[in-house]
Design a protein around this ligand. Structure first.
Ligand SMILES: Cc1cc2nc3c(=O)[nH]c(=O)nc-3n(C[C@H](O)[C@H](O)[C@H](O)COP(=O)(O)OP(=O)(O)OC[C@H]3O[C@@H](n4cnc5c(N)ncnc54)[C@H](O)[C@@H]3O)c2cc1C
Length: 413
């Protein structure tokens, strides 16, 4: 493509905002338009299940991703509260809900995802909420009083964070998970047991192996949750934390067939965020990225979205892409700050436990190389592991497990 003069970024969140910043940082002087369907504009999503639920006076201004002043300074035209409803990838033309149509030399699709709802009777009741946007968190917070009964469905990180935040805010929380143990698909089992026990000690009531049947609204506005074994509970609010799906309703059926990765539902890109259409890029939770080994991964976390936005900017400008960071993720669950890096392998043979402080640190080790780590209230341990992963350091598992040996001594191998 000849000289790029205009870029449209659809989605003003972690990926989109990091792309527009990087474009300017790297000297792009052409026009940049940042579009988001959300009237509140660019804000961080991670605080939605934490700060926004727990602090009654916290608003989207407190979690803004980019201020109006910075947008002005960077000469970025922000267009909020007007979603893209159509994309023609060959002419690089988008149509907005307002009817406005725009074209650009480059379009980055950074539209993230929408929260899933379980397909069961009553899932569309107004008392059944999800958590993806600021308005969702506000809606939930506004329903909370000292004795609100809340059922949180889902044993992933969003379910765990919401459970912890709501119980900290004084709500009576029932945590319903289809699995035997929340987060066990993400973290070492013993660690999950300890984290979940911590939540239960704060007053959360956990029901594992939960088989939902339907939700029925009661005349007093509460909702009955019926289980397959015919038992039931009554609550005032239900929060579904059962994952997200990439958001691409603006793609026609024909374009979806060209652009979407059937396995993940994400927009297929190469490792420079480039789709098969010239000038069309995708980044963040919506992007299904083909890795160097040929596999395709769609990440759903902040650091990856942020990095992909930056990577898209360098690809747009035909510059050297930033080095891929070691994968990193955090989850704040009440008083617990959990950090993870790399790949947490479920198999015991690869697990090394370091008993350090109140919470053990878990490392995944393959052939004397650390490939992943997870810690609670101990971010330094994960930072050390990230250095070991990045530098491919050779380390004896017995040394890693020895709390007398400072991790920084092992970082250089
Ligand atoms: C409640 C919650 C808590 C989280 N906590 C953590 C955490 O603790 N740690 C962590 O690492 N990650 C966390 N995440 C995940 C992290 O927030 C996401 O990975 C990250 O926000 C993805 O960024 P993104 O830019 O790809 O997409 P998103 O953040 O989903 O943003 C997409 C944007 O596109 C806009 N959009 C969508 N469709 C259109 C359209 N048609 N037209 C215009 N605009 C559109 C949306 O309004 C939205 O602003 C959390 C997510 C949620 C929801």
């Amino acid at each position: 493509m000849s000289q790029i003069e205009s870029v449209i970024v659809v989605g003003a969140s972690a990926a989109g905002v990091s792309c527009v910043r990087a474009l300017r940082q790297q000297g792009f002087l052409g026009s940049i338009t940042l579009i988001d369907k959300d009237q509140h504009g660019a804000y961080e999503r991670p605080p939605l299940s934490k700060q926004i639920l727990m602090q009654a006076d916290s608003t989207h201004h407190d979690i803004a991703l980019i201020s109006d002043d910075e947008l002005t300074a960077l000469n970025i035209e922000a267009h909020y509260g007007d979603g893209v409803c159509e994309l023609d990838p060959t002419t690089r033309r988008i149509t907005l809900e307002s009817g406005k149509a725009l074209t650009a030399d480059v379009i980055l699709l950074a539209t993230g995802g929408e929260a899933r709802r379980l397909p069961i009777e009553g899932a569309d009741l107004p008392q059944v909420l999800v958590l993806r946007h600021y308005e969702d968190a506000l809606n939930l917070r506004q329903r909370l009083t000292a004795d609100t009964r809340v059922a949180v469905i889902g044993g992933g990180f969003i379910g765990a964070e919401t459970t912890a935040s709501l119980s900290k805010s004084g709500a009576a929380v029932q945590w319903l998970d289809a699995a035997a143990l929340p987060m066990a698909h993400l973290l070492p089992t013993e660690l999950c047991e300890k984290i979940v026990a911590n939540h239960c000690a704060q007053g959360v009531a956990l029901t594992p192996h939960c088989r939902l049947d339907k939700f029925i609204e009661q005349p007093d506005g509460s909702v009955s949750i019926l289980f397959e074994d015919t038992t039931s509970i009554e609550v005032d609010v239900i929060v579904m934390g059962v994952g997200m799906a990439p958001s691409t309703p603006y793609l026609s059926e024909a374009v979806s067939a060209e652009l979407l990765n059937p396995a993940t539902g994400g927009i297929q890109v190469n490792d420079n965020q480039v789709t098969k259409f010239s000038g069309i890029y995708a980044a963040g939770d919506v992007a299904a990225v083909t890795q160097a080994d040929g596999s395709t991964v769609r990440h759903e976390h902040w650091q990856s979205a942020q990095h992909q936005g930056e990577r898209a900017a360098t690809a747009i400008l035909n510059k050297e892409p930033p080095a891929a960071p070691v994968d990193w993720f955090w989850s704040d669950q009440g008083d617990l700050h959990i950090e993870m890096a790399g790949k947490i392998l479920p198999t015991k043979e690869h697990l090394v436990v370091r008993l350090e402080g109140d919470w053990p640190v878990y490392f995944s080790v393959v052939d004397n190389r650390v490939v992943g780590a997870v810690s609670v209230n101990n971010p330094n341990a994960v930072r050390a592991a990230m250095r070991m992963i990045k530098n491919n350091v050779n380390v004896e598992p017995s040394q890693l497990a020895n709390p007398e040996l400072p991790l920084r001594k092992l970082m250089r191998g």
